[in-house]
Design a binder for this molecule. Structure first.
Ligand code: MF3
Ligand code: CO
Ligand code: CO
Length: 257
């Protein structure tokens, strides 16, 4: 198992691409409205990334993925494919997941949006899943373990009667989109890899309102849904481990991390 430790110069590049990725999510927010299609959200993001930011949308053609972002609506957990047929309607919740490449390095981040007014139970799922990410980030520093991170996410999610998806996880990131280590969103404190300065990875918890079980679409080979078709929510950041904590490269201006 090879963990690619990053140099200060690598972190400088990840800071740049992370900020660009965060800015895509800030840019797309006002467009997430009833009546827009996820295909249109993809086109807007693609054009912004390529023409304005002069960056590369990493998902496009990644293992054959056909679009530039992932859009995962309601019971879709992750890897939803944007489509001209998928019209957003009032009350939907959608995860927009963007990954950019700039100067050879990746920045990967996602957030949830409500479409118009959404039900209180959906707001709560979205809030708790974001709290899971923030509680995990608060623990990231040299000497902590990956089990500490997984544990706090599992603990907080399950305390609210949500389940944690196990088949998909966070990942090391840098010149490679998905590299070691795997960052599980469940686990036991003090177990697993011990963090050291220079590591870079994502944390991207997926919480389900019902059971944790997932189903991969046999039609498109990408779309992952909840088996029980109840709601799922996810938030993601890319970070680098520093001497005394971590730097969240994909932090948005509305966040105080
Ligand atoms: N952005 C996703 C992640 O967080 C990966 C998407 S891969 C794709 O790791 F091919 F579906 F785009
Ligand atoms: Co990721
Ligand atoms: Co992502």
């Amino acid at each position: 198992m090879t963990i690619h430790l990053k140099t200060p110069d690598d972190f400088a590049k990840m800071r740049v691409v992370g900020k660009l990725a965060a800015e895509v999510l800030e840019m797309i927010g006002p467009h997430v409205q009833p009546g827009i299609t996820t295909g249109e959200l993809d086109r807007i993001c693609h054009d912004y990334i390529v023409n304005t930011q002069k960056a590369i949308p990493a998902p496009l053609n990644y293992n054959g993925f056909p679009k530039s972002i992932c859009t995962s609506v309601n019971h879709v957990i992750c890897h939803g494919i944007p489509s001209a047929e998928k019209v957003l309607k009032v009350g939907d919740i959608v995860n927009v997941d963007v990954t950019l490449i700039k100067d050879g390095f990746h920045g990967d981040t996602s957030k949830m949006f409500g479409v118009g007014e959404i039900p209180d139970h959906a707001k709560r799922l979205i809030r708790v899943s974001q709290e899971c990410l923030y509680k995990a980030i608060a623990l990231v520093k040299p000497g902590a373990t990956l089990g500490d991170i997984g544990h706090v996410i599992q603990q907080h999610g399950e305390a609210h009667n949500y389940s944690i998806v196990r088949e998909y996880c966070g990942h090391g990131i840098g010149r490679i989109f998905h590299e070691e280590p795997q960052v599980l969103h469940y686990g036991a404190p003090g177990t697993g890899l011990r963090l050291v300065a220079g590591m870079a990875f994502t944390i991207e918890p997926m919480l389900n309102a019902g059971t944790r079980y997932t189903k991969l679409s046999s039609k498109d080979g990408w779309t992952v849904t909840t088996k029980d078709r109840r709601l799922s929510a996810q938030w993601e950041h890319t970070m680098g481990i520093t001497e005394n904590g971590c730097e969240v490269f994909t932090k948005r201006s509305d966040e105080t991390l």
